[in-house]
Every structure is written in C-alpha cells, then in structure tokens.
Design a protein around this ligand. Structure first.
Ligand SMILES: [Zn+2]
Length: 505
C-alpha cells in the first residue's frame, strides 16, 4: 500500500491559504457595516467515490469544494453570503453582501436572532483520529483492493454478482468569529460490498457487509477497526443459507437487535426526534417535525429504564465528531434520554438562546462553504449495560420464540418520527434461547415509544458498535451530514413482524 502516515496534521495545502488575513478582512467589514455578530468560514472538502461491478471499475468520481462564507447578525436578522475567490477583497465583499441580505430580510423577520454565549477559545486546532490519508493512496491501489475482494466473493458458486464501493471524504475547515479561530480536519471512509445470489426459481437475495462507515483513514480497509477478509469469507455461506431460508410468518416476536441494525432505528426515531428545531416546528419541510415536543422534556417516558441515550460530538472515530462546531462551540457530550425519560435536545446557539438553554451543545454544521450552518445531528448513541453486562448470546438465551436481526437495509418513518418500519440484512429464528437458522422477508414495525419501552435489556460494552451514515439529509435547500450512532445489542419484547414479500404483493 502507498498510504503515507499523516501524523494527523492539517493539510499544508489548506493552511497555505491566507486564512487569517481573509477572516480579518471579512470580520472588519461586517463590523464597519454595523453587524452585531459575524463569523467567517473557509473550507475545502474533498470527496471520492469508487464503485465496481463484478470486479470492474464502474464509477470514479472526485469532488473538490473550496470557498469561503460570512454569516452575520445585523439588527437581529441573519445575513449570509459565500464566495469562491480566496482574496481579501472577495472576503470583504462577501461580508458586505451578508449585511445587505440581513437588511433586506429584516423587514420579514418576526423573531430577533440572538446567540447563546460561548467562551472564546483563541487559536485552536483539531484533527480527527486516523492513520492513513485516503487521498494519499492511489486510485489504482484502491481499485485493486476492491477488485480482489470482489473476485474472492465471485469465486463462490452461490454468488452471481458483486457490487463494491468506497467513499472517502477529507474535510478541512477554518472558522473565525474574532474570539475563536479554529482550524480542523476530518477524514472518513465507507467501504461496502454486496453479494447477489439468484435462486433456480429466479428469486434473488442480497447480502451486504455490516462494516459501518467510520471516522478513520485508509487503515480501516487494511485491518484497523474492521476485519474485512473475515467478514467477506462468511458471506457466501450466509447467502447460501439465506437463499434456502423459510419466509417469516407474520406476528409478534421478541427481538434481539444487533447494533449493526439498531443504529438506524436510533437515528430515525431518536436522533431526528430530539433535534430541537424540528421539535419546535422550525424544521418541517424535509422529513417532518417531532412528537417529542419541549412540553414533554423531563416527563416523556421515551423508553424503558435501561434506555440511556447521549448526544455527543466527542466520540473517537465518530462521523459527527469535531473539536468545535460551525459556530465556534466546543464539542460536548450530554444526555438526551436518561433512564428512559426525555432529558435533552440537540441545540445550536440560536435555538439554545431562544429556548433558554443557556448554552449550545455544539450541533451547528454546514455541509459546504456555500451553505449556512443549520442544527445537525451529533453522534446520538444508546449506552450499553455496565461492564459484565449481557453478551448477545445471553440476550438470545432469554428468548423462547423470536428473531435476531442484523444489518440495516430499508426503512420508513412518519413525519412526526413516531410510526416506523425497518428491515435488515440477516435474520435468524430464535427458538428455545438458541439460533435456529435464517429467515427472510422480515420487517419490524412499531411506534417509537412502544418499541423503546419494550426494550427489556441492553448488552454489555462487548456488544457495542459504532454504526452510522455519510449522508443524513436535512434542510431546504438540502444539506447532508455524516453521523455515527453507537449502541449495544438489545432485547425488545413483543414487536410486530411483517412479511415483506406478502406486503409487496
Ligand atoms: Zn437522517
């Protein structure tokens, strides 16, 4: 491999831009024009997508997004402007344009914008935890690795087709509001392989690797944090069994949900539901509002007493982890659900001030230099039982007649984050406390509070896995954000199971 050790330093190509000079020009112009707040960002976001079909390169896409932006509050109203010219004149012009936007918007503004106070941190740097910059590895090496994995799968009789993909992102971000000047770099990768089998009767089944996307570098593909060869070696056998598996009989079952599946249920039914802008109805156009409204804070029995959920932007390798958010707020970790009760929300500075929370918990994020930050999801994670807590086998042993669910696939949730349905990659029948072969066509359906209140036990730390996604969508115009969700295995009683094959006919 041609990967260089980066020693976790900020890309010198990025630090070579006159970051502080441009920030000073923008902030000075904003102040001269009467802005009561101004912040400046300069970002370079590199992204690369590689996909292979049956071992042959199908897509190679390189994106490079570079620009600056200025956000102001003037006369209690937001203003924002972005530019691609990286000159002091362009930065100052963007500041002037942002002030003009605020002046025009002031006539329509009904709520004065005020930002929750945050200490200044001076000059700070933060780099995510990774070893090998994926952009320092040649495309030929990446394609060769994915092609080798693909041909290994295709060598099995049961496998008819293989899709392989690798997404990599390197995000360099400079933020300055006069009190805090933050220079940050994040790296993330998402490798995935899907094997397809076709039965004699024409029915087909697929099986995807469970490896989650991670805030790691290229080392993730070469043995750090996931054992791809070991997982790939299991896939032909799992697929053979799935192809021959009986279809599920609909009804109510006890579920043991693997973290490779549960992370997505957390994302949809807790992560989005505890965004305060959504709970207040400020965010409704894209994926709806939330049933978990602020009048229920401190009283809503969201789930059972074993349910403890945190928001955090500090998890090592977390996709939403940062040192400072896009409003200069230091990364934090806090409770969202404590002993099953709703105890917190995800906040940015504006919404924290509006609702009297005192301080933002650092959830502002913009997905490009051309976009204004909005409140985006922290790593929202379900905490495991204490050390010595149950292993997955222990949870399975507690089930007489049930289903063990692994891996995420499709999902649906209503506009209040309340009624949902999830499928998965792999399903096993549980009979008499033991696994009894795979099932297919399984989906589980519940309301958010019924599901989480039926969670009888969570696994110990040894069952914990950090799942997640690169592209959580929100806002209008739409923005995407990467986010991780850690969780243990969980035992959930008496959940409604649908047969997806019957439902679709
Ligand atoms: Zn989402």
């Amino acid at each position: 491999m041609a990967a260089d050790s980066t020693e976790n330093r900020i890309d010198p190509e990025f630090t070579a831009y006159p970051l502080r000079e441009l920030a000073a020009a923008a902030l000075q112009r904003a102040a001269d024009l009467g802005a009561e707040h101004a912040d400046f960002r300069l970002e370079r976001i590199r992204g690369q997508q590689i996909t292979l079909s049956d071992g042959n390169l199908e897509t190679l896409f390189d994106g490079d997004d570079l620009g600056l932006s200025v956000r102001v509050v003037r006369d209690g109203t937001w203003g924002f402007a972005a530019a691609v010219d990286l000159t002091a004149d362009a930065a100052a012009a963007a500041a002037a344009e942002a002030v003009e936007v605020a002046k025009v918007a002031a006539a329509m503004n009904t709520e004065r914008i005020e930002l929750a106070a945050e200490p200044g941190y001076g000059d700070v740097e933060w780099v995510s935890a990774y070893d090998a910059d994926p952009f320092a590895v040649s495309v030929a090496d990446k394609v060769a690795l994915l092609a080798g994995w693909s041909s290994g799968l295709l060598a099995a009789d049961v496998v008819s087709h293989v899709d392989a993909s690798l997404y990599a992102v390197k995000e360099c971000k400079f933020y300055c509001d006069g009190d805090t000047t933050a220079l940050q770099q994040r790296v993330r990768v998402h490798p995935a392989l899907t094997a397809v089998a076709v039965a004699d009767d024409g029915r087909f089944e697929t099986m995807r690797t469970l490896a989650p996307p991670a805030g790691r570098g290229y080392e993730y593909l070469t043995g750090t944090g996931w054992d791809f060869p070991a997982e790939l070696a299991q896939i032909p056998g799992l697929l053979t069994e799935k192809l021959a598996a009986p279809t599920v009989r609909p009804g109510r079952y006890d579920l043991v949900v693997d973290p490779s599946n549960l992370w997505l249920t957390i994302h949809e039914s807790i992560g989005h539901a505890t965004e305060l802008d959504r709970a207040l109805g400020y965010e409704a156009a894209y994926a709806g509002t939330s049933f978990a409204t602020p009048d229920k804070l401190g009283s809503l029995q969201y789930g059972s007493p074993v349910m403890h959920v945190t928001g955090d932007r500090t998890t090592e390798h977390g996709l939403a982890s940062v040192g400072y958010d896009d409003e200069g707020v230091a990364a934090q970790r806090w409770d969202l659900i404590t002993g099953g009760v709703l105890t917190g929300y995800q906040l940015d500075r504006r919404i924290a001030q509006l609702r009297g929370f005192g301080r933002s918990n650092g959830c502002a994020f913009a997905d490009s230099p051309g976009h204004m930050p909005i409140q985006r999801m922290a790593n929202v994670s379900l905490q495991p039982a204490a050390a010595g807590g149950p292993a997955t086998e222990d949870l399975i042993a507690g089930v007489e007649d049930g289903i063990y669910v692994l891996g995420d696939k499709s999902w649906a949730i209503d506009m209040q984050r309340y009624n949902f349905q999830f499928t998965g990659q792999r399903f096993y029948r549980i009979s008499g406390g033991r696994l009894a072969g795979q099932l297919r066509d399984v989906a589980y359906q519940a309301t958010t509070t019924d599901f989480w209140n039926s969670m009888e036990a969570v696994g110990g730390p040894q069952t914990y896995l950090l799942g997640g996604a690169f592209n959580c969508g929100k806002g209008q115009p739409g923005q995407v954000a990467p986010v991780s969700h850690g969780c243990p295995a969980a035992l959930v009683r008496n959940v409604r199971i649908l047969n997806t094959a019957e439902e679709s006919t």
